[in-house]
Design a protein around this ligand. Structure first.
Ligand SMILES: [Zn+2]
Length: 1015
């Protein structure tokens, strides 16, 4: 599969402290070790074996009812030393059966698709099964909770070498092809994972698994003989070799008629009526483990051939596509041929007789591989199409011929395939720039100084951002262990980069011959990671522990640092954990004079350099090593600061070249009542890729009070390796703006945020503990226009976030002490998603109490309603008119949703209390009205105030509507309120409040594949 359109998810998870189980764990580990020793010895004593499964399927397409009616005959040969009593079968169309299947759960958690298979159109299944073995009926059952797997009970034991014939009729209801990879869009059919198929039985036992579209394949090799009956005017692209001469002639004729290219047709999408005549097409192939076919009445067809480099054998190539993408597919035969040619050179000969690339409305990834055929979704241009077709052809080796377990070890096919893809694209488009693919605007590219950045840089950015956040996972995990984002970053990008690193270290010829050996040794078999490693080490004669154990099996980081240069010797320090080879180059400007590979080392090492007239030494100038930091990679032979890096001033921001330091700046304009109009500049060192040291300062010149105002924050991040704490951030921030009476208020914060390491990355749970010391001008005195003293505050908190697309939540427990008070609170924000990710019910629960309050200042107590600027004693939020009294001006209605969460302005008269509990509910509008930016809300609150003062009931309620966008700017209308609120707030117009929250825009993140995304 090739994936492109990943969205940035927040990944993280809970850590479970198990220190008190330590003794127990050690005991357990001993037991496990003993067990492993036992089981390894039994495994290693086993010879490699694989089962053989030969299929004969007759299937007819019913395009009126979107169904398949079929009969399947399977010859199953037990080559294992074990005697089998049952066989697991995959019935994967049942993955679309209801919303309890593994596929539904996966789509729900990764994409927020909720309605799914309850929709009759999206629903799919396989039925009418009647399994027989050697002609006799047998017992079989679906697995509980996994209706896409069944268990066939054999009537007699199947011993080593025995063969049985399994038959069954079956019917498939084809779902609408918008959720995964089996489906139809109108009368365009994508028929994959469609027939009953035995699960793999190997040395580790049975591998029965439900269908999921992340890490899909592991199947037995065998032969296929498939006959497809369908209306005569369908054009079919299929796995296998077509056996019908008449159909072959028709396709040849179609391929010869390329007159349509001259007058490229408009992208019509109508389907011609299906012919009443039927045809039956027969396809056969050996040594494959899967069979897919694609049928459309509108396909254009092109045919080509490619002569393989070693044997001269000819492979026939086909492409099939509709008018929709004709313009960019017209040269696609050359993409297929070139890729087959190159990959055959690098990996060994293409294993089959033909290859077909089919365009279709695929809905899971950009393209998908099947033996001898690939299906490609809508491509945006010819370059992307070439890239996707190339990737999928790469799977002819690392999936079709080398049938690894993709669910268990996805890197074995996606990682190596990605590496081949990138190598091919670099050779074919050496001049391709990143902006051409992601920005498509040269002027903008120049403006951002990325016009020379090679396209490969995006891969580096993608995994680097995650790696620097200390959110990596090892490469050798199962596909289910990764979030959608990390699956793309780790399995495609990092693993792909890793194999390029290995190739660069070994040299192309040694690497290619090792790959040839691996392919020859394991062709049409099920290799495992140790087989890949053994094959590579045998071929190269090298110990590749650094690669296969450390790079693949851990998240050890790669970061070499140049320390100094003396007498033709370079001192290099390994700052990372990975002890792996490094390449050192002598440079004159951008050109490389020499390259020297050095084996990895711990600590520091002197490296002898060759003579030459180069002016600078650089580690890895071609970016073949997945280095985490590159600013410490270079040293010049002369100069006062030989290790300094080029500094680039950049307006606004940019994608950051990891070899340069940045000073990014942007003009800024601001206004507050007291400062008046302010001009300033924002300075920062980039925020797209995380860095150890980060700063953002925004000073302003204020025309009103002729002074300085502004905001600044510096932070330092530490990311320990495999420690309980994933990231520690020390930060210092300060604010100064004008206040009434020609004075300024000040606020200084020193904080430490500790992000804990998630135990399971896939749970998307993040935990953070934080502490802050705050020194701020006393707001009470500021409001009285007295000279304000500085008051001190301390905050501590624990935050738990579940960052899933559906039903996300945040739990925050915090305590704060200030001048003569101490308060503590809990807040729980939960989004109950309705259908999909956008609609839902926002639930906010708050409970707080003052543990101590000896202060006369009312606003230190818990506030029932949203705080106005006059009540924000820590000066939080952006308030253009922070000190105005409600409702004297438009901006005086501004508030921040905190504590009790009431909208109505009740704090001053009824609000501040010793304890309070509240519940706030905000809902999306039903149906299509959801698009209107209006939401109804209800707030309920109980506090001690009414009880204490006798001013009516301690129970408050309000209900109304809010209008606005993204929590950025919202207006609240509390239409209905309880008597105690009404008694102090008066009519509706005196209750209308607004929220203005610039923080919504403060998080800009690098989004894999699509550049920048505002979260
Ligand atoms: Zn792939």
């Amino acid at each position: 599969m090739r994936i492109h359109d990943q969205k940035c998810n927040k990944l993280l998870s809970i850590i479970n402290l198990k220190t008190h189980f330590l003794t127990h764990s050690i005991q357990q580990m001993l037991i496990i070790c003993l067990f492993l020793i036992g089981s390894f010895s039994s495994v290693s004593s086993q010879e490699y074996f694989q089962q053989e499964v030969n299929y004969k399927i007759n299937v007819s397409l019913d395009d009126k009812r979107n169904g398949l009616n079929a009969f399947e005959t399977i010859e199953y040969i037990n080559n294992s030393p074990d005697t089998l009593q049952f066989i697991y079968f995959h019935l994967w169309p049942n993955g679309y059966m209801n919303n309890n299947t593994e596929l539904a759960k996966q789509l729900f958690s990764s994409k927020g698709k909720e309605k799914l298979f309850n929709d009759p159109e999206l629903n799919g299944y396989i039925d009418s099964l009647d399994f027989k073995i050697d002609g006799r009926p047998i017992q079989w059952n679906l697995l509980p909770g996994q209706p896409d797997i069944c268990q066939l009970w054999l009537t007699k034991s199947l011993r080593f070498g025995d063969t049985i014939i399994i038959t069954t009729p079956f019917h498939v209801k084809i779902p609408k092809g918008v959720t995964s990879r089996l489906g139809h869009i109108g009368e365009s059919y994508q028929i994959s994972q469609w027939y009953p198929k035995p699960a793999v039985y190997d040395k580790n036992g049975w591998h029965q698994m439900s269908y999921q579209d992340q890490g899909e394949f592991y199947s037995e090799f065998g032969s296929f003989d498939v006959s497809i009956t369908l209306p005569d005017n369908y054009i079919v692209g299929s796995t296998g070799n077509l056996q019908n001469e008449k159909e072959a002639e028709m396709l040849n004729k179609l391929a010869c008629d390329t007159s349509w290219i001259a007058t490229l047709p408009s992208p019509e999408v109508d389907f011609p009526p299906s012919s009443n005549e039927l045809k039956t097409l027969r396809y056969t192939e050996n040594n494959i483990h899967d069979f897919a076919w694609f049928a459309d009445k509108r396909f254009h067809v092109l045919k080509g051939k490619v002569k393989l480099p070693d044997s001269g054998r000819e492979v026939t190539s086909w492409v099939m596509f509709t008018n929709q993408q004709a313009e960019i597919w017209k040269d696609a035969i050359s993409y297929v041929n070139n890729a087959i040619m190159h990959f055959s050179k690098w990996n060994g000969e293409y294993p089959y007789q033909g290859f077909t690339a089919v365009q279709s409305a695929l809905n899971a990834g950009d393209g998908m591989e099947y033996p001898g055929i690939t299906v490609i979704g809508m491509a945006k241009d010819a370059y992307t199409l070439d890239e996707v077709i190339t990737h999928e052809i790469g799977h002819s080796w690392y999936y079709s011929a080398l049938g690894s377990d993709e669910r268990r070890y996805p890197f074995m096919d996606e990682g190596i395939t990605s590496s081949n893809e990138v190598r091919y694209m670099n050779e074919r488009y050496p001049q391709k720039r990143l902006w051409e693919v992601y920005l498509n605007n040269k002027k903008l590219a120049r403006f951002f100084h990325i016009d020379k950045m090679p396209v490969r840089q995006m891969l580096e950015f993608e995994w680097m951002a995650q790696a620097r956040e200390n959110l990596e996972q090892p490469i050798n995990l199962t596909s289910e262990d990764y979030t959608t984002l990390n699956y793309s970053l780790i399995i495609y990008d990092k693993a792909g980069t890793g194999f390029k690193y290995l190739r660069s270290y070994l040299g192309d010829s040694i690497y290619d011959s090792a790959m040839h050996d691996y392919y020859r040794n394991w062709k049409f078999k099920h290799p495992q990671p140790e087989d890949l490693r053994n094959s590579f080490e045998a071929s190269t004669g090298k110990d590749l522990t650094w690669f296969f154990s450390d790079f693949i099996g851990t998240t050890k980081r790669l970061d070499y640092e140049v320390v100094r240069l003396e007498d033709q010797q370079l001192l290099v320090k390994n700052k990372g954990e990975l002890v792996s080879p490094l390449v050192i180059s002598g440079m004159i400007g951008d050109s490389i004079c020499f390259e020297k590979w050095v084996d990895g080392f711990d600590g520091q090492q002197w490296i002898k350099l060759p003579q030459g007239n180069y002016s600078e030494i650089k580690i890895d100038p071609r970016h073949v090593m997945p280095e985490l930091f590159r600013l410490n990679n270079n040293i010049r032979k002369t100069g006062i600061f030989p290790k300094s890096d080029p500094v680039r001033a950049q307006l606004y921001f940019s994608l950051e070249d990891p070899e340069k330091r940045y000073l990014m700046y942007m003009p800024a304009l601001n206004w507050t009542k007291e400062n008046g109009l302010m001009f300033g500049v924002a300075l920062h060192n980039g925020f797209l890729t995380p860095k150890p040291f980060e700063y953002f300062v925004m000073p302003f010149y204020s025309f009103n009070n002729s002074g300085l105002a502004g905001f600044g924050k510096v932070s330092y991040n530490i990311t320990p390796f495999e420690k309980f704490i994933r990231k520690a951030t020390f930060s210092l921030e300060g604010t100064q703006f004008g206040a009434p009476g020609d004075q300024n208020y000040h606020n200084l914060k020193a904080g430490l945020d500790l992000y804990l390491r998630p135990k399971n990355m896939n749970h998307l749970l993040t935990q953070k503990v934080y502490g802050k010391y705050i020194a701020a001008s006393d707001l009470y005195q500021i409001e009285l226009q007295q000279k304000a003293r500085i008051s001190s505050y301390l905050q501590f908190g624990y935050q738990l976030d579940k960052g899933t697309i559906v039903n996300p939540f945040t739990l925050l427990a915090s305590a704060e002490s200030g001048p003569s008070y101490l308060k503590t609170s809990m807040e729980f924000d939960y989004k109950l998603s309705y259908y999909g990710k956008k609609k839902g019910l926002d639930i906010r629960l708050f409970a707080g109490t003052m543990l101590k309050n000896n202060s006369d200042v009312p606003f230190y107590a818990l506030a029932a309603g949203g705080r106005s600027g006059r009540e924000q004693y820590l000066y939080e939020g952006t308030y253009p008119d922070r000190f105005s009294a409600f409702p004297s001006s438009f901006w005086s209605r501004q508030m921040t949703m905190t504590e009790g969460g009431l909208v109505s302005p009740v704090n001053e008269t009824l609000g501040c209390s010793r304890w309070l509990v509240s519940l706030s509910l905000t809902s999306s509008l039903p149906g299509k009205m959801n698009k209107i930016p209006i939401k109804p809300f209800v707030n309920l609150l109980l506090n001690d105030h009414g009880l204490a003062t006798g001013k009516g009931s301690p129970f408050f309620y309000e209900a109304g509507l809010k209008a606005g966008l993204w929590n950025f700017f919202e207006i609240y209308f509390p239409l209905v309120v309880s008597g105690n609120i009404e008694s102090v707030s008066g009519s509706l117009k005196d209750r209308i409040r607004l929220v203005f929250n610039l923080n919504t825009f403060s998080q800009v993140k690098l989004n894999s594949g699509f550049g920048i995304q505002i979260q």
